[in-house]
Design a protein around this ligand. Sequence first.
Ligand code: FAD
Length: 255
Amino acid sequence: MKEYDVIIAGAGIAGMTAAIYAVRAGKTVLMLEERVEGGQIINTIGIENWPGDMGVSGVDLTRKIMAQATELGAKVEYEEVTEVIKNDDGFLVKTEDDEYTCKAFIIASGTEPRKLSDEMMKDAGKRPVSYCATCDGALYKGKKVVVVGHGNSAEHEIKYLKGICSEVYNIHHDDPIPADAEAIFVAIGRLPLTDYLKGFVDLDEKGYVISDEDCKTSVPGVFVAGDVRTKELRQLVTAASDGSIAATNAIEYLG
Ligand SMILES: Cc1cc2nc3c(=O)[nH]c(=O)nc-3n(C[C@H](O)[C@H](O)[C@H](O)COP(=O)(O)OP(=O)(O)OC[C@H]3O[C@@H](n4cnc5c(N)ncnc54)[C@H](O)[C@@H]3O)c2cc1C
């Protein structure tokens, strides 16, 4: 069994920032990351609204923050947190292959894209469906594509694809897909990654961890940071801000 003062689920901007604060306060810290560090921003080429580093790429920003966290002494393991259980001394954190214990736990597992409905998938037929224009846009150079969705992220995808594709259609999530579109890009919102927390902390009706600016949850010793919590503005600066607050409150809780 591996014991830590603080375990953080997710190594996106919120989780990595929390790790920096906790490790600088002398705590032993483990980040558990299901995929690769950086989270949602990893595929973005030019980040907006990040003070002090205009147009930095998601990869470069992630590299810098992770290097800072690990050079200070935070650890990272690439495993998905599957369950968290309260025990006498703190928390038991389970992954598929391992078990860890900690005295304070920080949820920073972010969100994933909302998937296209079964009906629209049928309409898409054999045409490719992508959830990331930056990742896959180049495959459709000079072709006609469609972006499903009308929010900020759809706007972001349309702007990017217009520089590559011959035509970019934009439709709602229940419109028919234009027959001549050769690929479908989906940007219809995001869903919180909290299945592993059901019955452990209070979630709202959409599955976000209920909290406010203090980043505390319904369970003492469990804190939450970033896009996965109930909040108005889901951005990098607010994720980093939450990470600092969650870790500071975890440090205070640990005494
Ligand atoms: C296309 C796009 C462009 C954007 N551009 C900007 C921008 O220019 N400026 C800006 O400020 N914001 C931007 N955003 C928003 C910004 O990316 C998010 O607000 C921010 O990344 C949230 O960080 P986070 O750490 O809370 O969550 P995430 O980035 O979602 O990271 C969560 C991490 O947790 C991991 N994880 C999930 N479940 C588990 C589990 N059970 N166990 C272990 N690990 C787990 C995930 O793999 C992920 O790495 C953009 C978002 C998108 C999608």
